[in-house]
Every structure is written in C-alpha cells, then in structure tokens.
Design a protein around this ligand. Structure first.
Ligand code: PMP
Length: 362
C-alpha cells in the first residue's frame, strides 16, 4: 500500500478527478458522455503543476540545480510559474518569473506569496522581442549567476509529464468505470479536447492515448482567435494578432513542444473570449465547477466540434466518451472584469425579490 502521509505538497500534484458534465451535455442535446478533467484540484491549482514538478526533478537528476544557489527563471503565463515557485519553495531554489502584463493580479500575488520575484512585461511584445517575457527571462539568465531557464516551450519533460501522468489518469478513470444500462460507456476515450499554450498538454495527451490506449481517438486542440497555433494556418488568418482576454492559451510563435502533425492532433477549433466566458458560466452554474477562462475555451471548442459534421455522429452516440481538459480554477481570475461581471451582474434570481420583501417587512 502506498503511504497516506505525503512527503510534501508535490505529492498532491495531479491525480485530479474526471467528472461527468451531464447537465451541460443534456442542455446541448448530446447523447455521448461529456467528461471534465478538473485540474484546479492539483496542489498549485493548475495542470501546469505537473510539468513544473517534472522539469525540476529532471534538472535535479541531471545535476543542473544547486540548492541555495540556483535561480530558476521562467517566462510563463503564470501557472507554470506557480508550479515552479511551489516546487522551488519546497526544494530551496530561488525563482524569477517573467509574466506578461495581461496576466491576472491573482497569479502575481500567488507567485510572490510562494517567494518568487515577478517581472511584468508588455503583453503586445512579439515573442522574440528583447522586452517580451521570453526576451527578459533570457537577459536575466545571461546576467544572473546560477540562473537557469527550464524552458517549458522546448523542454521534453513538458509533453512527457502529460504523457506519463495526465493521459494515464484519464485512461485509468475511463477504463475502470464500468458500462451500465443507465450510463453506457465505450470503455475508451473516443475524443479528447484541450486548449493549447505551449501545446505540451495536448501533445502529451495525444501520445499517451494513441500509443497505449486507442489509436483512433480523435484529438481536438483549441486555440483562441488572435493566436497562430491552429493548423492549417488559414484558420488563423482572419484574426491574427488580435488581443484576447483568456489567459494561458495561444501564442504568436509555434513552441517546439507542440506537435501540429495531423496524425497527433486531428482537428483544431478557434474560440472567442465570449464563447469561453459563456462556457465558464455554464460550468459554474450547471456543474458547480469553479474553473478559469481557458476551461471555458476548451469546453466551447468541444461543443463546437461536436456540432460539426464530423462531431455529430459522436455527439449522438450513447456511450462515446468525450473528455475535456479543464486547466485551472477561477481563483486565478477573481479580480478580472470578465469574471466580476459574470458573478456580480448576473440576472437576479427569483429569490432576490423574496429577500427584498422579507427584509423590508422587518
Ligand atoms: N490554460 C491555462 C490556464 C494555462 O496556464 C495553460 C498553460 N500555458 C494552458 C491552458 C495550456 O497548456 P499547455 O501550455 O500545456 O498547452
């Protein structure tokens, strides 16, 4: 039996639940199973904890990190930074995170709380400009003694963390849940949908599932309008360079760890902020899941794919398993105008007038 008391918080990275999204499925006329892999339940609050842990442990094994001396420097949209800051707090390395301005205050606060230094960079800087989050990280690394960039955009341990942990966890959950009359299941993952930032999640998931579980699984990647990750390139043309609010997905360059090979990633869907935020609201209101913006992008992309010509046959077949990766939680975005508007300016419920009447009568 594995020990129940964990050595430290890194033992609580991953092993997240796969949760049925039955109400959203029903609302959208789906007969297939719609399942959410809920990553905010990981120790640092996101899917990126997994790669942070894997990259730090691999660097340690290669003798690249020296406790008390090494300074881990990483350009990130925040979640990889939080995972790294958590791992480095535990292991005794200093951390500097370069973070584009558009990323939330909550992420910066969490990073600082974990002891990291945070350097903000202009969101609109091109990835290869010296003032971008990547350029600034490189400059700091050149100048700071014992500075090291683990580099999630190129580090093989990024997709491998998902191939070795996220993918097998989903496979295990699907395979070990029996098919019953009221909950039929094909016993396999038929479709998997995830947003792409570095592309490590979708690439690693595809490898895990296609190599070891179901070669015919349809892998769908979601890319925000304004980004250029989607393939073929024509999908990106109409909105290229447009700013968008959702954090953590989309880029203006193709990271090395992202496979755009159509045999790895079968289909790409573009998603808008509006679609993403509507899907976040549905996940909260219908399923009680406190997810962040890119979870909405992933869900809205999944629903769009299921409405497409190819997707419709899956959508209407009982027992087909469609898994959506939900990367982080709303606690990263509590002060963002899009969330405050959603939470505070929602349609008043019928209870509001009852409350008002009761309080006026007393
Ligand atoms: N959503 C959020 C909130 C993220 O922080 C990230 C990581 N950038 C992603 C999605 C995309 O993950 P990946 O980098 O593995 O493509």
């Amino acid at each position: 039996m594995s020990p129940r008391i964990l050595e430290n918080a890194l033992g609580a990275v991953g092993n997240t639940p796969l949760i049925r999204l039955d109400k959203i499925a029903k609302q959208n006329g789906l007969k297939c199973n719609l399942l959410g892999k809920v990553e905010y339940m990981s120790a640092g609050g996101s899917v990126k904890d997994r790669i942070a842990k894997a990259m730090v442990e691999a660097a340690e094994e290669e003798g690249k990190l020296i406790p008390g001396k090494s300074v881990v420097i990483e350009p990130t949209s925040g979640n990889t930074g939080i995972g790294l800051a958590m791992a480095c707090a535990i292991k005794g390395y200093s951390v500097i995170i370069t973070l584009p301005n558009k990323m939330s205050l909550e992420k910066e606060a969490a990073l600082r709380a974990l002891g990291a230094e945070v350097v903000r960079t202009p969101t609109e800087a091109a990835w290869d400009a010296p003032e971008s989050h990547i350029g600034v990280a490189q400059r700091l690394q050149r100048e700071i003694p014992y500075g090291i960039i683990l580099d999630q955009y190129r580090n093989i341990n990024n997709p491998l963390a998902h191939e070795y942990t996220t993918g097998p966890e989903i496979i295990d959950a699907v395979v070990s849940t029996p098919s019953t009359t009221c909950r039929p299941s094909s016993g396999k993952i038929d479709v998997i949908v995830a947003g792409a930032g570095t592309g490590g999640t979708i690439t690693g998931l595809s490898r895990a599932i296609k190599k070891t579980h179901n070669k015919g699984c349809i892998v769908v990647a979601v890319d925000p309008r304004g980004s250029i990750l989607a393939y073929p390139d024509e999908l990106n043309l109409s909105d290229e360079g447009k700013q968008y609010t959702v954090e953590g997905i989309g880029y203006d360059f193709i990271p090395d760890v992202l496979s755009r090979d159509p045999s790895d990633i079968n289909s790409w869907i573009k998603s808008s902020d509006e679609e993403a935020f509507a899907a976040v609201q549905a996940l909260m209101r219908k399923e009680g899941l406190l997810v962040g913006g890119s979870s909405g992008s992933a869900l809205s992309g999944a629903l769009k794919w299921l409405q497409s010509t190819q997707g419709q046959s899956v959508a209407q077949m009982e027992g087909m398993n469609v898994v959506v990766l939900l990367p982080d939680g709303i606690r990263n975005y509590m002060s963002k105008p899009w969330f405050l508007k959603m939470a505070m300016e929602a349609e008043p419920s019928p209870l509001a007038s009852i409350i008002a009447n009761v309080l006026h009568e007393t």
